[in-house]
Design a protein around this ligand. Structure first.
Ligand code: EPZ
Length: 431
């Protein structure tokens, strides 16, 4: 089984190139189904979730070509992929259970398939480690545009044989991929669609800008009300994926927790607003540079800060496990409240095995800082919980062994290489 071995205690210093955002690249790849033209995406992160999406698109009938990243990610670091997609015709409109169960984001093919081909049959994703994660809001949005929805043998069947019709739809609660599915459906619907209470994550703005480059008519981008005038068809475009704000935040915490100083290249400070605010409150220095952001811990340590996860522009739930790792060695106490998912504290017992002092009370965790963590064998349970254990291992005394690293590989490109280049003692072993 693949494991990662970390020997903690080294303050990290150097440069880390930030890859393209996985959660932007996934809907952008699905958008390739919307056009008979060619969509070229640069700065696509080379991670397992992207491989899974490319396999699904090929299964549906898209022609997929990948190349080393020829787009700029600000550091020319040889990371990432350029992907060329074309879907002149479709072979199947079914996203099978075996692909969807591996990656919930497969549900992002739903909107494009129904919008362009009038039909989609997508396995219900089922729950995952962090919660039940239903797709009822996705389906409600498509129904509002005239689609018929049925359930059969664990699959959701969505059809609109006469095409979709623009509508006004208000999301009862904010959904990132729900907004993305609704937006991709609306660009080919007849007439005007208004998507209200839309999610405002930067990945949605990136998708919208790419769709506009393909010929879509979208206004209100980056706001909670997206207005779309449907068009007959979309054309070709070339688009560079935005930098990954969660990877940026993750490595910012690597600098903070080890007492180091790292320049994160190919990323932008405005992508990590709430994370940067929390880290600055904790006493971490974060400054923009010509190539990205510099993060450094001042010599007066780390202060405990209270954090509540919220949809963008609030503190990202995808950064919750990582900032908790930092709080375990802060001076004082911190309270972290998870409001987005119902079960996103699986990293807590693993951090406690490393000597952290954490108590969970329903949606909140109280963390009391300890002088130091001690390395231990720990178990990864989901993508962000896994990386929080790596962060803890970088600061802990002795050796930490992180098991089930396949979780990490879903969303972090060459994590060990990037950390080792800044002085971390970290290696992957197949033992
Ligand atoms: C996206 O998931 C991200 N994934 C997640 O990142 C991220 O944690 C999440 O947004 C929140 O920011 C991708 O973008 C591929 P939601 P998504 O729909 O869209 C409930 C990572 O680590 N809900 O915004 O699935 C849902 O259960 C991943 O990279 C419904 O009830 O999240 C959750 O409690 C993990 N019905 C809340 O809404 C629905 O139809 C927010 O979910 C849809 C969602």
């Amino acid at each position: 089984m693949k494991r990662i071995h970390i020997r903690g205690g080294t303050p990290l210093s150097g440069i880390i190139p930030i890859s393209g955002a996985k959660n932007a690249a996934l809907p952008l790849l699905a958008a390739g189904l919307l056009t008979e033209g060619t969509l070229t995406l640069d700065n696509v992160p080379n991670v397992v979730d992207i491989e899974s999406m490319l396999a699904l698109l090929a299964e549906l009938g898209a022609t997929v070509e990948t190349d080393v990243n020829t787009g700029t990610n600000g550091s020319g670091s040889g990371f990432g992929l350029s992907v060329r997609l074309s879907t002149p015709a479709i072979r199947s409109t079914t996203a099978v259970y075996d692909l969807v169960r591996k990656m919930r984001a497969s549900v992002l093919v739903l909107g494009p398939l129904v919008a362009r081909f009038g039909h989609a049959r997508v396995s219900l994703p089922g729950g995952c480690a962090i919660g039940t994660r239903p797709i009822d809001l996705h389906l409600k949005a498509l129904q509002a545009m005239g689609a018929e929805v049925g359930l059969d043998a664990g699959y959701v069947e969505v059809s609109a044989p006469k095409g979709l019709t623009g509508a006004v739809f208000t999301f009862p609660s904010v959904s990132v991929t729900g907004t993305e599915n609704a937006l991709m459906a609306a660009v080919l619907a007849r007439g005007e669609t208004r998507i209200c209470n839309a999610a405002r994550e930067p990945e949605i703005g990136d998708l919208a800008r790419c769709l506009v480059a393909m010929g879509a008519d979208i206004t209100g981008i980056d706001t909670d009300t997206l207005k779309v005038q449907g068009v007959e068809r979309l054309g070709s475009a070339r688009h560079a994926v935005i930098p990954d704000r969660i990877e940026t935040g993750t490595f910012a915490i690597a600098a903070a927790i080890t007492g180091g100083s790292i320049e994160l290249q190919g990323t932008r400070l405005e992508l990590i607003g709430a994370t940067a605010d929390a880290l600055r409150q904790a006493g971490i220095a974060i400054e923009p540079t010509a190539h990205g952001i510099r993060v450094a811990r001042r010599d007066n340590g780390v202060r405990g800060v209270d954090v509540m996860t919220e949809p963008f522009p609030g503190f990202p739930t995808d950064m919750q496990a990582q900032i908790m790792a930092l709080m375990t060695v802060a001076d004082g106490a911190a309270m972290i409240t998870e409001t987005v998912f119902e079960n996103r504290f699986m990293h807590v017992p693993e951090l406690c095995r490393m000597g952290a002092n954490i108590n969970v009370h329903s949606a909140s965790a109280i963390i009391r800082g300890v002088p130091a963590l001690s390395g231990a064998p720990v178990m990864a349970t989901d993508l962000r919980a896994s990386v929080s254990l790596v962060l803890a291992g970088l600061a802990a005394r002795g050796e930490t062994i992180v098991n089930r690293v396949y979780h990490l590989d879903r969303g972090y490109e060459r994590l060990e290489d990037k950390l080792a280049a800044c002085g971390a003692t970290i290696e992957r072993a197949d033992d």
